[in-house]
Unconditional design. Structure first.
Length: 393
């Protein structure tokens, strides 16, 4: 090695995984499609009954959404932390773009939904339903495109999705939590302090972070705040190990944990989540349900509001010089990613269930999410498939 050569930095797991074959995305899409088939088949009763079965204090569906997805958020949080330290988000201009785009993607769909339902206070309560992007599904669709989409755009989408999902978690905590348990919330804050104190003290073993992180998850779950936030907090506390000429090396706790979680999350946790949450029964759905303002508000918020909010905010930020366009990406590709942000299965359905007590409104919520997310996935994919990969002068 030449003495003047710079040390080679280890490639982010996010970059390597998203640049690899689209097996993870295909697995996720297959699981979601299977869920829709099963939910509308003769075994639908067994499917929904199985998900509702109690295992200890939680149902099977709650274990999937609260525990397994916390592990998913742990992995994504690790990847985002790496990008902030030594990647696409290492500079403030690059951080500004997904942040402002996420804000636009939360505000515009909410305003569109509220405008379509302003005359019904019961429906307006669901203003936040179209505000979140489903990370797993959006990245799953994007991964099907392989190298046609630059890594910078994939990182942009992952970061944006994380930010507006975290915004959705905050919205749930403030507007949709029936009762906050201050003792458990205080215990969660204490666990978070312990995690970051270990980081400051230079603890490099992974196990102590995971043990305290598990306690944090328990406290957050019982505090009334969505439990997946515990995964993100734990991820942010995992240390990077300094090395000469590089902020990280192959023996970093963060790097090791990324490697350990990547395949289980991609090929087990995310497909299980997709199968459990994408199953929507079409029984009893008629044109009155399809054309109801609640259904159309959610569908329009996801498919129209998301792309306008995300792309509009990103375009404005770039034109005003507040942020830089993702490296190697065209405007059409950026717009295509904005459309993909309208995929809102998980958190959208979750917020809908919190917003509406009636079975009919919950059915309209799920239908609206499907009507908005489906076109967002298909049109976003097709646009990115045909979009030129080089900027034309």
């Amino acid at each position: 090695m030449n003495q003047n050569s710079q040390p080679v930095r280890p490639t982010s797991i996010m970059r390597r995984f998203l640049d690899a074959e689209s097996a993870g995305g295909i697995t996720l899409m297959a699981a979601a499609a299977l869920a829709l088939v099963v939910a509308n088949s003769p075994i639908a009763t067994s499917y929904f009954g199985g998900l509702a079965t109690k295992v200890g204090p939680l149902s099977v569906l709650e274990w999937i959404n609260d525990l397994l997805m916390a592990v998913f958020f742990l992995l994504v949080g690790l990847e985002i932390k790496r990008e902030f330290v030594d990647g696409q988000l290492a500079s403030w201009p690059n951080r500004m773009l997904p942040g402002l785009a996420a804000a636009g993607g939360v505000i515009v769909p909410a305003l569109l939904f509220a405008w379509l339902n302003f005359d019904d206070p019961a429906k307006v309560r669901g203003w936040a339903v179209p505000s979140a992007t489903d990370i797993a599904f959006a990245l799953g669709v994007l991964s099907l495109l392989g190298s046609r989409v630059p890594t910078s755009l994939k990182v942009f989408l992952a970061t944006l999705a994380i930010l507006d999902d975290l915004a959705a978690v905050a919205i749930i905590a403030v507007f949709y939590t029936a009762e906050i348990s201050l003792p458990f919330l205080g215990a969660a804050a204490g666990a978070a302090i312990v995690l970051f104190a270990m980081n400051r003290m230079g603890v490099m073993k992974i196990l102590p972070y995971l043990v305290v992180g598990a306690a944090l998850w328990f406290f957050v779950l019982n505090s009334g705040v969505h439990a997946t936030v515990a995964g993100v907090i734990t991820a942010l506390s995992i240390p990077l190990k300094p090395a000469p000429g590089s902020p990280d090396n192959m023996s970093s706790p963060l790097h090791i944990l990324e490697h350990a979680l990547a395949k289980p999350v991609a090929f087990l946790i995310v497909p299980i989540f997709g199968f459990a949450n994408a199953g929507i029964s079409f029984t009893g759905i008629n044109m009155d349900v399809v054309t109801d303002s609640l259904t159309l508000g959610i569908a329009g918020g996801l498919f129209i509001g998301k792309q306008i909010g995300v792309f509009g905010a990103a375009w404005l930020a770039i034109k005003l010089g507040l942020a830089q366009k993702p490296m190697g990406a065209t405007w059409l590709q950026l717009y295509g990613v904005g459309i993909l942000c309208g995929i809102g299965f998980t958190m959208s359905i979750f917020i809908g269930l919190l917003s509406f007590p009636s079975e009919l409104m919950q059915t309209e919520t799920k239908l609206g999410v499907l009507m908005g997310s489906g076109p967002s996935a298909v049109i976003g994919y097709l646009l990115l498939r045909v979009a030129p990969t080089k900027t034309r002068i």
